[in-house]
Ligand binder design. Structure first.
Ligand code: SAM
Length: 193
């Protein structure tokens, strides 16, 4: 499997970023996100989206992130602007992932140097400073070579029907769907941009 580890979280300030790391991991083909244990609110939001829009996708809270990376039985990729260009190492990372699980580490606050040393690959999505969400998105798309865009979702209680203009969401009848509110918030027509 492909697991994303979010290192560090400042409650309040990082809530949206941490949530978006999880949502991006889910949408772009990872199987699980591991968050610091003070990021419970983000975990709840990601689980709620997974319940409604499908999975499988797991959200885990852990207080031992360094031990988790150290004990990882597989390949560790650390995303950092100081690393090797993704376009130069993506093939090697894919080959390693074909042999076993892959852990992708993204930071928020400053990442301790241990991670640089523990990582099998320090990978940069450009050597410019930007965002963990953007870095993760480009990395996963390179890793899966675009196949993640065709993924099918299981146990969703709603599904977006893609359309040129407007917004349409249908209930799939797949999940137990106790809230029953999909039709209500889903079928409005957007004004378009
Ligand atoms: N200032 C922090 C430091 O020096 O470690 C990094 C803050 S940055 C907003 C948060 C995270 O975004 C980083 O830990 C890294 O995972 C990711 N990131 C930012 N720019 C990146 C890049 N060019 N390539 C890959 N990852 C990047």
């Amino acid at each position: 499997g492909t697991v994303v580890l979010r290192y560090g979280h400042r409650p309040g300030r990082d809530d949206r970023m941490t949530t978006h790391v999880g949502l991006t991991a889910r949408a772009l083909g990872a199987d699980r996100v591991v968050l610091p244990d003070n990021a419970g609110q983000s975990a709840e939001t990601i689980r709620d989206i997974t319940d409604r829009f499908g999975g499988p996708f797991a959200v885990e809270l852990r207080d031992d992130q360094r031990a988790f990376t150290g004990g990882w039985d597989g390949t560790v990729v650390h995303l950092t602007m100081y690393g090797e260009p993704v376009q130069d190492v993506e093939g090697e990372v894919r080959a390693a992932h074909a042999d076993g699980p892959l852990l992708v580490v993204v930071g928020g606050e400053k990442v301790p140097f241990d991670f640089y040393e523990e990582a099998d690959f320090n990978v940069a999505v450009t050597n410019q400073p930007h965002s963990e969400v953007a870095g993760l998105a480009v990395f996963l798309d390179r890793l899966f070579e675009g196949r993640e865009l065709e993924r099918e979702w299981a146990d969703a209680d709603r599904r977006v029907v893609p359309m040129e203009t407007g917004k349409r969401v249908v209930e799939t009848g797949e999940a137990d769907g106790s809230d029953g509110g999909a039709g209500g918030d889903g079928s409005d027509r957007g004004g378009g941009a």
